[in-house]
Design a protein around this ligand. Structure first.
Ligand SMILES: C[S@@+](CC[C@H](N)C(=O)[O-])C[C@H]1O[C@@H](n2cnc3c(N)ncnc32)[C@H](O)[C@@H]1O
Length: 313
C-alpha cells in the first residue's frame, strides 16, 4: 500500500473536479469505450478505467506531453499494482483530433466522452511554463509547446487595439485598454513583456483595488485571455462538440466541465442547437461548498452533459 500512496502523491498535485458527479452522468460500464480528452493528472481517467475494467477501453488525450508521460507512468503503476490493467490508450494530441485517434485505434463508436477544460494544477505549479504569476520564465502559456505561438511573441506581434480586444473578449477584463496601452509602451521603450512576472506586475498597476481583486489576483483575467488565445481553446471546444455526435453510440454521453463563461456558453448552445442531444443537466452542476473548500480551484467549475440520440426526436 505504501508504494501506491507515494506514487499517487508524486505524479500530480491536481485534484479532479466534481469526480462523483461526472461519473454519475457518464455512467461508465464494464466493457465500455470512453474518451477522456483532457487527461491531466488522470483523476477522471483512472476512475473511468476502473469502471470499464479490463474488457473496456479509455482513450486518454492531452496536448501536454509532460502530462501524458507522467500520468501514463503513474496509471500503469497504479493499475498493475491494484487490479488487472484496463485498456488505456494514451494520445498526445489536441482533443479536437479525437476522430483521428479513434481511427488509428480502429475504434468506430464510443460510449462516452469527457472534457475537463482549462489547465491543470500541475501546469500551474510548473515554474518553467509561465502559467504562474510569480514565474520569471518566458510567458509561454501553450499546453503543447511544440506548436503555435507563445504568449510573449503574440504580445510582441499584435497591434495595441488587437491586444485590448483579445483581453476584453477572452478575459472579460474591463481594464483591457489600459493593459494593452502599457504593453505597447514597453515595446516602444524596447522592453517588451517577456516573462509571466513582468506581465502580472504590469496588469496589477492598471487595475484599481476592488472586491474582486481582493479575492483573485488582478492578473487572472489577462492570463486567462492569453491562454485561451494561444491555445485556440474555444475553437477546439466548438470543433469537438460538432464532431462528437459522429462517433457517439446512441445513448452515448458527452460531459464537459468548464471554468469560463464563454466555454460554458459554447457547451450550452451546442447541446441546445442539435436536436439529437438530450440534455441531462438543465442547469449546470456546480461543485458543493465542501468541494470548493477542499479544492478552491473548483469554484468556477460548471458541469453539463447530454446524451446523443442517433434518431432525431
Ligand atoms: C483541468 S486539466 C484535466 C484534469 C484531469 N481531469 C484530472 O482529473 O487530472 C486539463 C488538461 O487538459 C489539457 N488540455 C487543454 N486543452 C486541450 C486540448 N484542446 N486537447 C487536449 N488536451 C487539452 C491540458 O493540457 C490539461 O492537462
Amino acid at each position: 500500500m505504501l508504494s501506491f500512496t507515494i506514487m499517487e502523491k508524486e505524479h500530480t498535485v491536481h485534484i479532479p473536479v466534481m469526480l462523483r458527479e461526472t461519473l454519475d452522468l457518464l455512467n461508465p460500464h464494464s466493457g465500455g469505450v470512453y474518451v477522456d480528452g483532457t487527461l491531466g493528472g488522470g483523476g477522471h481517467t483512472a476512475e473511468i478505467a476502473r469502471k470499464v475494467g479490463e474488457t473496456g477501453t479509455v482513450v486518454a488525450m492531452d496536448r501536454d506531453l509532460t502530462a501524458i508521460e507522467r500520468t501514463e507512468k503513474y496509471l500503469k503503476g497504479l493499475f498493475g499494482f491494484q487490479w488487472k490493467p484496463a485498456n488505456i490508450r494514451f494520445a498526445h494530441a489536441n482533443y479536437r483530433f479525437f476522430g483521428e485517434a479513434l481511427d488509428l485505434l480502429k475504434i468506430d463508436k464510443i460510449d462516452g466522452f469527457l472534457l475537463d477544460l482549462g489547465l491543470s494544477s500541475d501546469q500551474l505549479a510548473d515554474r518553467k511554463r509561465g502559467f504562474r504569476f510569480d514565474s520569471d520564465a518566458p510567458l509561454d502559456l501553450r499546453f503543447d509547446t511544440s506548436e503555435g505561438e507563445p504568449a510573449n511573441e503574440l504580445l510582441f506581434r499584435l497591434k495595441e487595439k488587437d491586444i485590448a480586444d483579445l483581453i476584453f473578449q477572452y478575459g472579460e477584463e474591463r481594464f483591457s485598454r489600459q493593459i494593452a496601452r502599457k504593453i505597447a509602451e514597453r515595446r516602444r521603450k524596447d522592453q517588451p513583456v517577456q516573462t509571466a512576472m513582468e506581465l502580472a506586475d504590469l496588469v496589477r498597476h492598471c487595475i484599481p483595488p476592488s472586491r474582486e481583486t481582493r479575492r483573485i489576483d488582478p492578473a487572472t483575467r489577462t492570463f486567462q485571455a492569453l491562454r485561451i488565445a494561444v491555445n485556440d481553446e474555444l475553437g477546439s471546444l466548438q470543433n469537438v462538440l460538432n464532431e462528437a455526435p459522429n462517433r457517439l453510440k446512441s445513448g452515448g454521453v458527452m460531459a464537459v466541465i468548464s471554468f469560463h463563461s464563454l466555454e460554458d456558453r459554447i457547451v450550452k448552445n451546442a447541446f441546445r442547437d442539435n436536436p439529437r442531444w438530450s440534455i441531462l443537466t438543465n442547469k449546470p452542476i456546480v461543485p458543493s461548498d465542501e468541494e470548493v473548500e477542499r479544492n478552491p480551484r473548483a469554484r468556477s467549475a460548471k458541469l453539463r452533459a447530454a446524451y446523443f440520440n442517433v434518431t432525431e426526436r
